[in-house]
Design a protein around this ligand. Structure first.
Ligand SMILES: [Zn+2]
Length: 582
């Protein structure tokens, strides 16, 4: 068996996709969840475990387990194979025909990150790491937490990591692309991170793809230095700690979003493991989508200072755009999440978490602090302030409820609030892009499903099919042609083999047929296949009869009695033979 086939049969697509997407059983073979490739509120992403295949009815993303890993990790075919093989303990063939130049560079950069990570961790425990150890002790980070988060220390010399890369003979071009060194004007390199406490940043499958480094000397700027963008690190796609937090996020059906590395670490250490950090960058749509795959509910817990509040305000809009359910958690005493957990304890933090307000109340509080609601100008300003968030609620009923609650909360006339929001929302209508499609008949779907399953005796159906003309006119005709072609080639008629012969649009159609048939509740048996085939045959007769009748009428209308008579005879003959067959 070819390696790709072997790999695909060894891994369960459900487990692999399940690491990224929360899936629910929706049928014997079908699981559904929120699509990781486009923004949506109701699940249109489906996985078929029988065919080991996924398909999104919304954005038409589709493929097998290898395609999925390629898309999610933004990697090449070769890297996806490698990643799957490693995770499932399947040895890769030695000389691989799949590796291309890009994959090789990325592979080298991953290796360099592993080397750097080892080096940073060793430094932290060595004599040079004292300054970092002191800092961690001062911040009250326990040794097991240091271990858990893989914290490290980049030493002062500026040559340690570079030397490691050179010893391993990485080409200069790859070293330069790693983002772990900088280039001087004379072309020589030096380490990017020097004398910093190091926080490794992982992708969702847990590989180190970058670092954040905190300055340890008071005059070192910036306080936090992050890896630049590299072929393996795209800032806007990554949330710190998501690979560790995601399991708990699903379990709790809630994520906690904090700002910094230390916050994520402190909150985790206090026992709240479903926490991720945005790490200085403004929250992006990609980051929110990554979260949403695990839960749609989020508690934003930013710093209590003004920049923190402003960042929270911006994040809310981004989160609402992605239809997240947002609550805001506020901490008293001017403490950030990490400090709060340490000084007030986990129980107090838990209480605050429980008491987190719906984002609207939090926004209203902010508005009330800014404007005087006793004047009519003040009220108008408050409503203006709240409007962007209200407009983002696409559900009408929810919008009404929120407006109602808000009116009471800020002490303004209900009608005034509703009126204001209604006007503003009127122009924000969701567009539907569904195009009318030729309907697919149940028997057409049914027969295909029987043909693509491992039912015994399918060959009989394939032979019968040749005599049925209607198969050349139905919407799925090209799929039927592919089935016939695969069969004729002598290869086994499998889902993958048929799919490989289809154009994009027909691949989508195939996926829809496969998923739709399951909902029909028919058992996929040879008998059922025969029934479908028979119905197709009958409808073919009906179609021909209809056509003949029309032609008879046309001939009569044209005054061509001879032709009309001839057609009528043909029609009668057809009806007789149809009766005989029945
Ligand atoms: Zn989609």
């Amino acid at each position: 068996m070819e390696f790709v086939e072997q790999l695909k049969s060894a891994v369960n697509i459900l487990n692999v996709i399940g690491e990224w997407v929360r899936l629910r059983k929706a049928g014997a073979y079908r699981y559904t969840g929120l699509c990781p490739f486009h923004s949506e509120k109701t699940p249109s992403f489906s996985v078929n475990v029988d065919k080991q295949f996924y398909y999104c009815f919304g954005c038409h993303a589709k493929g097998d387990v290898v395609n999925f890993v390629m898309e999610m990790e933004h990697v090449s075919f070769y890297e996806a194979l490698k990643s799957l093989a490693e995770r499932h303990g399947i040895p890769m063939p030695k000389r691989s025909q799949y590796a291309d130049e890009d994959s090789k560079v990325r592979d080298a950069i991953f290796q360099m990150h592993d080397l750097a990570q080892e080096n940073f961790r060793a430094n932290l425990n060595g004599p040079a790491g004292e300054v970092a150890r002191d800092y961690l002790a001062k911040r009250g980070v326990a040794p097991e937490t240091v271990e858990q988060f893989g914290l490290g220390y980049s030493e002062r010399s500026g040559r340690a990591v570079l030397r490691l890369f050179e010893q391993r003979n990485f080409p200069a071009a790859q070293i330069e692309q790693s983002g772990l060194v900088r280039k001087r004007e004379d072309g020589s390199f030096y380490d990017y991170f020097r004398n910093r406490l190091m926080f490794p940043i992982h992708n969702e499958s847990g590989r180190v793809i970058g670092f954040g480094g905190r300055a340890l000397a008071a005059d070192d700027n910036p306080k936090y230095l992050n890896s630049p963008e590299t072929p393996i690190y795209k800032k806007s796609h990554v949330l710190y700690n998501l690979h560790r937090a995601k399991e708990m996020v699903r379990k709790d059906d809630r994520a906690i979003l904090v700002e910094g590395y230390m916050d994520a670490i402190g909150v985790t250490a206090a026992g709240f493991r479903g926490v991720v950090a945005s790490c200085g960058t403004a929250l992006t749509a990609q980051q929110v989508m990554a979260l949403k795959r695990h839960s749609q509910r989020i508690v934003v817990n930013f710093d209590p200072d003004a920049p923190g509040a402003n960042a929270a305000e911006r994040s809310i809009n981004m989160l609402l755009d992605e239809s997240m359910q947002v609550r805001i958690m506020e901490l008293d005493g001017g403490l950030d999440p990490d400090e709060y957990c340490k000084q007030r304890g986990a129980a107090a933090y838990g209480e605050r978490l429980k008491g987190a307000k719906g984002y609207f109340y939090w926004l209203a509080d902010r508005a009330r602090a800014k404007y005087d609601t006793r004047t009519s100008e003040g009220v108008v300003s408050v409503l203006k302030f709240l409007l962007p968030a209200v407009q983002r609620i696409s559900d009408r009923l929810e919008r009404m409820t929120v407006a109602n609650d808000l009116a009471g909360y800020i002490g303004v006339d209900r009608a005034l609030v509703l009126d204001n929001f209604r006007k503003a929302v009127a122009d924000r209508r969701e567009k539907t892009i569904e195009q009318p499609k030729e309907p697919i008949r149940a028997d057409e779907k049914g027969l295909l499903n029987v043909l693509l399953s491992q039912t015994e005796g399918r060959d009989l159906l394939l032979a019968e099919m040749e005599k049925i003309e209607i198969l050349e006119r139905i919407p799925t005709r090209r799929i039927y042609q592919a089935v016939t072609a695969v069969h004729a080639s002598g290869a086994p008629v499998t889902f993958d083999a048929v799919r490989a012969r289809l154009e994009e649009a027909d691949q989508n159609l195939l996926a829809e047929v496969i998923f739709a048939a399951e909902g029909d509740g028919h058992e996929i048996t040879l008998d059922y296949g025969r029934q479908c085939l028979e119905r197709l045959r009958q409808s073919e007769g009906e179609l021909r009869r209809m056509q003949l009748k029309t032609r008879v009428k046309e001939a009569e209308r044209a005054g061509n009695q001879v032709e009309a008579l001839r057609l009528l005879e043909e029609l009668q003959q057809m009806e007789r033979s149809g009766e005989l067959r029945r």
